[in-house]
Design a protein around this ligand. Structure first.
Ligand SMILES: Cc1cc2nc3c(=O)[nH]c(=O)nc-3n(C[C@H](O)[C@H](O)[C@H](O)COP(=O)(O)O)c2cc1C
Length: 218
């Protein structure tokens, strides 16, 4: 079993990396990290995830361009000038992962739950059922399961010297990315992970005080 201090060190030294060396990432390294990811806990142990690993440069560029195009559309909406300080900067940054050596697309599977049928029937006439369903929806086990696998994946990559970034921003181009990578019946793209050997050292990150984040109840 791994030493707790080593685990803490691994977790605390993992940072989001957004610039990479051109160096190739061997398939065994990616497989090892993905093996760790698929062992993450999931709701009902459904393991409803699919990881599509892309090393093809043109495909990664095509995906980055599709994201940039969507953000360009967004930046041109009159509402953007109202709410966003510098919409043009958003467009500039949108496809930053274009030169990533590897892109891992994370898909999440819809899982059929008998519970949904019960709520669907009751919600129209039972306020308590409606409230309970809204509480349950907030917890979104499908997304939490994908997130647990992604967290493990990032650590698995980091432990092998890779630097990665977890991205949900590109989901604004979900349909376009799925068109490029292929659609999988019953699955939705929920995140992209760009990875490779790091070519930057991120600045120290600000941490909120631990006591503000954790409370023990008597
Ligand atoms: C759910 C989620 C979505 C994220 N989406 C993006 C993204 O779209 N683009 C990006 O550059 N970073 C994204 N990040 C990375 C965060 O900005 C980063 O984790 C955070 O600033 C803390 O920095 P650290 O990862 O170096 O500890 C995302 C992280 C999470 C957990």
């Amino acid at each position: 079993m791994i030493d707790i201090d080593e685990l803490e060190q691994l977790v605390k030294t993992r940072r989001s990396i957004r610039q990479w060396q051109e160096k190739d990432v061997p398939e065994e390294v990616l497989k090892k990290a993905l093996e760790i990811a698929v062992n993450a806990p999931s709701g009902m142990n459904y393991q409803g995830w699919k990881f599509i690993v892309v090393k093809n440069k043109e495909k990664i560029e095509e995906i980055a361009d599709s994201v940039k195009n969507r953000i360009r559309m967004f930046a041109q909406w009159p509402e953007a000038a109202k709410y966003i300080d510098d919409p043009e900067k958003m467009v500039e940054n949108a496809g930053f992962f274009k030169k990533a050596p590897v892109l891992i697309a994370v898909y999440s599977q819809i899982y059929p739950s008998g519970r949904d049928g019960v709520y669907l029937e009751r919600m129209s006439h039972d306020e308590e059922a409606k409230k309970m369903k809204s509480w349950l929806d907030l917890a979104n086990p499908r997304i939490q399961s994908a997130a647990s696998a992604i967290a493990y994946l990032l650590l698995g990559l980091h432990a092998q010297g890779l630097g990665s970034v977890w991205m949900t921003g590109p989901m604004q181009a979900k349909g376009d990315i799925e068109h490029i990578l292929g659609e999988f019946e019953g699955y939705d793209l929920v995140a992209l992970i760009a990875t490779g050997y790091p070519a930057e050292t991120p600045k120290e990150k600000k941490m909120r005080p631990f006591d503000e984040l954790v409370q023990f109840v008597e």
